[in-house]
Write a new protein. Sequence first.
Length: 404
Amino acid sequence: MMERIDGIEIPDFKSFDKIRDLIWFDGPLVSHFTSPDNTAYVFYWSDLDSDKGIDRWIITPVNEYLIDRYIERHITLKELMLKTLNGIAFSAEIDKDDNYFDVYAFSIHTIDPAYLPEDDTYNEFEIIDYLNVFNLSRKNEIGILELKITGLSVKRGIMDFSQFMGTLGKVEDILNKISPDYTENILRRGGRVEGITQNVRRTMYEKSHFEVLAPAAGSFKVFLKPISKTISITEGREFTDEFTDEFLNLFQNSLDNDISGFEHYDASYRPDLLGDCIALAKYIKSNRLNIDFTWYNSNTEYERQERIKNEDSDKIIQNIIAYKTRDSRKFAALGYFTSLNISTGYFIFYLDENTPPYKGHYVKDDKTPLKQIKFDKNYSVSLESIYDKDGNEKITMTDFQEIE
């Protein structure tokens, strides 16, 4: 029989998600949990009623920063538990099915020292990390894309804000260029373009667009998950498995010696997709970064990894430039103008509000026809894309016609 801890009974206690076990010996002894409001909690095993099969845990809400301090051996486990938020802790009896009984709130400073760790309890155990791409995929029942950023300027869990935003922004640019055309290609491949409703397109859009799931504590990783659940596309594979392959194959092709691999992306997607790939490589080079991509889908058990190292950036840039400078690419686009300089010919042309615009110049010497353009009309434009020796894309417009 376990002794009762005096406190205020909590009849309706919170639910928690396990992040990781901090100490494990024939089972978890100290664990890191989080509540629905993202408060971090330390669960400390303190007693056992072997007859009933019930464990008693001391539960302390803490600042997650202090958990890292404990892991890094700067503070003891006892110090960690005594630094509870507002000095409040909880005791709970939990059975093997994770049912909670006799939950009490009390002041941490009034507890019998026998229920706390010893004074010298520094971390000496291997950390079992639950916050990884494999466990997050199982927990969310969806594929997860992990980006691990390393480099000379990236410390453990610390990265310059502008570098972080710049890296993610450039990865997002590439993902957003592939997604809309990839969805349409899949629909055409299945002969399903006609009769496809806007809702179906929206659903597929959400399956090829990612949102940030969670940063990993203690290391610089970011986890991305599709906005909505995946769907089967071929036997044993799901839509996001194939979409992520399409995304990661771009980097794989960028490092191949055979630059003909770019033809697929050049023909299937907007021509500035490869320009965005160059921009990411330049950013990696200038900031001396590496990016490791890991995709895992627990539904299909499909796993894929790709890495862009700092020293790879020059090869990516050179390969794309070698491909793009073979000759210019001419293409047509439908959309509307949002900016136009009659004297210089500079224009900004949007396909739609969700797609980055084309920016360039009207190349004809006579700029008079530009005066006919209206911002409330749609146009068909003839464009040409070419890259210079530094990998900078130049867009020119050779013709335009108002769509009635």
